[in-house]
Design a protein around this ligand. Structure first.
Ligand code: SF4
Length: 363
């Protein structure tokens, strides 16, 4: 397998310039909310890092997670990392098929015992293991076998992280997330339907740089990306605070870009980096396109449904006062924020900034 080369060597061989590499390191530091002083350390660590062997298993899923990653265009942060890992097994992307494909998975496991990363998308059916098989092996058996020698597991997408759509009521396949099968390995959940590509690669970059997974929230998600709600980072928030809401998709409020809370936006209850990392190479995200957040990175988001119903159930704030509408949303959001932090401490909220010229001088 390709572990003999370092990431730095691989990047150079593919024509990535020093400037481009430092730009990537700066963006990575910013993504991980690390101070600019960490950029030289990130550059040095990534330069030396062996190309990690990655085995990617897809179970009950729609291929949306892989689509999300491959829709990115070079030279983005995600392509820089993902083009240079040793992706030794991936149903959708690999050239090999049949016995050759399975031989590649077994070789990667054997040659990198204890050192490879296992990425999983999709949930695992337990009602009958025969519901989903690969090369005649049930998903649950393949997961157990492949996880045994992995250094860590990244559960990509809401299906792998929480069960997702396959687990929605009445859950006919008995779908479960990775964490209900594997209990003895570090697991990081990168939820979202699909997840944001730079979040996937940000976790990989963190692992390569520090040799460990990032700090996680109570749902096993990286705090640096999931530590704040969509609502807290939404550019429409000033309209929410002023009580200015769109009521339909084509009213005056919608045309003026007012808050989408009354149209069912789940931003106050949803933790993800969509508002800052954005989608499609940073060009936009659902709320910017005029549609409320569906809450796809939260557990059981599908069963929660009500995508177009406002979070306006009368409720009580912390003092016991009955509140309604937008005020209830704020209370729910604040309560969810406290819960999300769990025992992991405060989210690091300041994003570092540093110029490439600074780096070229200092690194
Ligand atoms: S409710 Fe939705 S649209 Fe309104 S500020 Fe919050 S996240 Fe943005």
């Amino acid at each position: 397998m390709a572990n003999s080369k370092t990431l730095g060597e691989s990047l150079r061989r593919h024509g990535v310039t020093r400037r481009g590499f430092l730009k990537f390191c700066s963006a990575t530091a910013s993504l991980m909310a690390l101070p600019p002083t960490m950029v030289p350390a990130i550059a040095a660590a990534l330069e030396r890092a062996k190309r990690p062997s990655v085995i990617w298993l897809s179970f009950q899923e729609c291929t949306g997670c892989t689509e999300s990653l491959t829709r990115s265009h070079a030279p983005t942060v995600e392509s820089l990392i993902f083009d240079h890992v040793s992706l030794d097994y991936h149903h959708t992307l690999q050239v090999a098929s049949g016995e050759a494909a399975e031989a590649a998975r077994e070789a990667a496991m054997h040659e990198n015992q204890g050192g490879y990363l296992l990425v999983v998308d999709g949930s695992i059916p337990l009602a009958d293991p025969g519901y989903s098989t690969i090369a005649g092996i049930s998903n649950v058996d393949m997961l157990r076998e492949t996880a045994a020698g992995a250094a860590a597991i990244i559960a990509v997408g809401t299906c792998a992280a929480f069960g997702g759509l396959p687990k929605a009521d009445p859950n006919p396949t008995g779908a479960v997330p990775v964490s209900e099968i594997i209990r003895d390995k570090p697991i990081v959940n990168v939820s979202g339907c699909p997840p944001i590509p730079v979040v996937i690669t940000g976790v990989l970059a963190h692992f390569l740089t520090f040799g460990a997974l990032p700090e996680l929230d109570r749902y096993g998600r990286p705090m640096v990306f999931y530590g704040q709600s969509i609502h807290d980072r939404c550019y429409r928030r000033p309209f929410y605070d002023k009580g200015l809401f769109a009521e339909t998709f084509d009213d005056e409020g919608a045309r003026k870009g007012w808050c989408l809370y009354k149209m069912g936006c789940k931003g106050p209850m949803t933790y993800n980096a969509c508002a800052t990392a954005k989608w499609n190479n940073g060009t936009g995200w659902p709320v910017e396109a005029g549609h409320g957040c569906l809450g796809c990175s939260e557990p059981d988001f599908w069963d929660a449904g009500g995508f177009y119903n406002a979070l306006s159930i009368p409720t009580s704030d912390v003092t016991g006062t009955v509140v309604t509408g937008a005020v209830a949303g704020a209370a729910l959001g604040a309560a969810a924020a406290l819960l999300n932090r769990g025992t992991q401490g405060e989210a690091r909220e300041k994003h570092a900034t540093v110029t490439v010229d600074d780096l070229e001088k200092g690194v």
